[in-house]
Write a protein that binds this ligand. Sequence first.
Ligand code: GLP
Length: 260
Amino acid sequence: MEIIIQPDVEAASRLAARFVARLIRDKSRAVLGFATGQTPLPLYEELCRMHREEKLDFDRITSFNLDEYVGLDPAHPGSYRTYMWTHLFGRINIDPGRVHIPDGLAPDIPLYCEKYEDEIRAAGGIDLQVLGIGTDGHIGFNEPSSSLVSRTRIKTLTVETRRDNARLFGGEKKVPHHVITMGLGTIMECRTCLLLAFGARKAEAVAQTVEGPVSAMVPASILQLHGRTIVIIDEEASSRLRRSEYYRYVYEHKPDWQKV
Ligand code: GLP
């Protein structure tokens, strides 16, 4: 893993946007994986700015989202479809035909999940997957005890995650219990993973992910076995890391050709 500690959310998000933009400029048919939640919002804002002001062209990219709530009207303010079209897709020149967000209303969920995996494969796999992290260490919606080799499937949310995500539902009780999420095995096949985490409330999950043992109890820790994962965090999210000085030192002494 490469751990990059930035002074604040803005600097971290700008750096993450440069990773995404570099891929799109190098590979016009790039396949991008997107995450939702509060964390990637400044990244999406910066990508929209790059599209507007620097002509960053999303015309030929394909996208896959990590997850979606089951049984939720896609037009609901809490749905991840609403989120993506509000914060990113509606503001860039992406081809709607190449956007993939799990369909939480699919009548046959296991069959639909297999199809989602097929679509990722048919697109050539995901080049870069943006990830946030839950306070319980989940990525996508792979809650603690998820199989480390899991594929896209239905999951039941923990009480903690339903509480964390209650904001757009007008109360915890209205947050759906079930979701469709890419599995940890699916995420591990993405060529690059870009994990973002900001704020003190993520510090423990970040420390366990980066420096703890690989464990299904901290699903994000499986990324220790991924060949190219970049973790971009702010100062607060880095506060529980034991080797933060080393990560800063590595970043400061990168050879020029490795810098973004
Ligand atoms: C949800 C999403 C995750 C996201 C997590 C953290 O559970 N399914 O993909 O990483 O929330 O959200 P936030 O960034 O709002 O803290």
